[in-house]
Structure formats: structure tokens, C-alpha cells
Design a binder for this molecule. Structure first.
Ligand code: URA
Length: 208
């Protein structure tokens, strides 16, 4: 698939293995989520523009390249996406942050947006963060929202994805490139990713 990049670097694989492990507690889970996201960000930002800038080293004047991280917006999907936010911001500290909160109505199975606050994003490179791309319904709804707010250059970053989630996003948003640390086997009957890591929000915030 043209829109999918699986970033399977040995460091990411190593950290992802510890992240998946049921024995890993919330402190380490949060640290690993941040670190894996940081490594994903390195790949997911290859396309962003740079501009020349004049500087002076202790030796001479020279021209360097800089990114415009003020034109980057990070959009974590609440709540588990929050765990990935610091990983992106540690590399691009001037990025803006917008939030989209979405839950799935248990009756209708439709995504419901319960909170959304975005900065001005029309010219931004936008990175939507969703650690677990399971059915893809929440990510697709968040991307819909970002597009309605004028967002155009959108990348989706995930830790673990399912084939079902990738297909769903590809059909709804073929213009969005997906960067994931792993493409797992499938979804189970409860829409959890197999083998996955369980509920990312619960493991980040020890809510179970
Ligand atoms: N959300 C999670 O946190 N885990 C899954 O496996 C699927 C959705």
C-alpha cells in the first residue's frame, strides 16, 4: 500500500516488545510510548520543508537548514493519543497542539466527537496521533474533523495497526499517509488488536 509506512527499525521493535509485555507498568509504558513516537517522528517528518538560514560558526559564516516547526500541528486523539504527544514535541518543541476527543456510541457504533479544539491549521503539516489503529473509525473521524477545519497535509502516526484499520483509513482518506511501528495480525471479536498490547489508554493511565 502506497500510503503505509511500517517503521520496523530494531530500536523500535525492541521497545515495542517491552511495551506489549503484560508485565510492563505505567511508568515504563509511558516512557516507551514517548520514545517509540520520537523514533516514528524521525521518519514521518522526512517530507517536511526546510529553509536556508545564515549562521556563523566559530570558524566562518555558513548556510544551514531549518524546519518551520511553528507550521506543524500535532493532534492527539483523546485520550490514548496524549501518550504520544511528548514524543513529537520533544523533536519539534514549537509545534502547535490541537485535541480531538472521540468515543464510539455503544448503541449506534458511530463515532461521537465530545471535545475538539484546534489552532489555525490551514497551512500546517498535521500529525494525528492514535496509538492503536484498530477499526480505524476514531482516526477517520478525527481526520474528517481536521479536514473540515481546513487541514490538508495530514499524516497519521500509530504505534500498532490492524489490517482492518489500515484498509478503513486508506478507503476514507487515501491522501493521508500512515506511519506505524507495527502491522499486527487482526482484530478480535471485541475490536482489540491481536497480539496488540491491550488497551493503550488503560495501560498509560492505569485505569484498570
Ligand atoms: N484500542 C486499544 O487501546 N487497544 C486495542 O487493541 C484496540 C483499540
Amino acid at each position: 500500500m502506497d500510503n503505509l509506512v511500517i517503521v520496523n527499525h530494531p530500536l523500535i521493535q525492541h521497545k515495542l516488545t517491552i511495551l506489549r509485555d503484560i508485565r510492563t507498568g505505567p511508568k515504563e509504558f509511558r516512557e516507551l510510548t514517548r520514545e517509540i513516537t520520537l523514533l516514528l517522528t524521525y521518519e514521518a517528518t522526512r517530507h517536511i520543508k526546510t529553509h536556508d538560514t545564515e549562521i556563523e560558526t566559530p570558524i566562518c559564516k555558513t548556510t544551514g537548514k531549518m524546519i518551520e516547526d511553528k507550521k506543524v500541528t500535532v493532534v492527539p486523539i483523546l485520550r490514548a493519543g496524549l501518550g504520544m504527544m511528548e514524543g513529537v514535541l520533544s523533536l519539534m518543541p514549537n509545534a502547535s497542539v490541537g485535541f480531538v476527543g472521540i468515543y464510539r456510541d455503544p448503541e449506534t457504533i458511530q463515532p461521537v466527537e465530545y471535545y475538539a479544539k484546534l489552532p489555525k491549521i490551514t497551512d500546517s503539516e498535521i500529525f494525528v496521533l492514535d496509538p492503536m489503529l484498530a477499526t480505524g473509525v476514531s482516526s477517520a473521524a478525527a481526520i474528517d474533523y481536521v479536514k473540515r477545519a481546513g487541514g490538508k497535509k495530514i499524516t497519521l502516526m500509530c504505534l500498532i495497526s490492524s489490517p482492518e484499520g489500515i484498509s478503513f483509513i486508506s478507503s476514507k482518506h487515501p491522501d493521508v499517509k500512515i506511519f506505524t511501528a507495527s502491522l499486527d495480525e487482526r482484530l478480535n471479536d471485541h475490536a482489540y488488536i491481536v497480539p496488540g498490547l491491550g488497551d493503550a489508554g488503560d495501560r498509560l493511565y492505569r485505569t484498570k
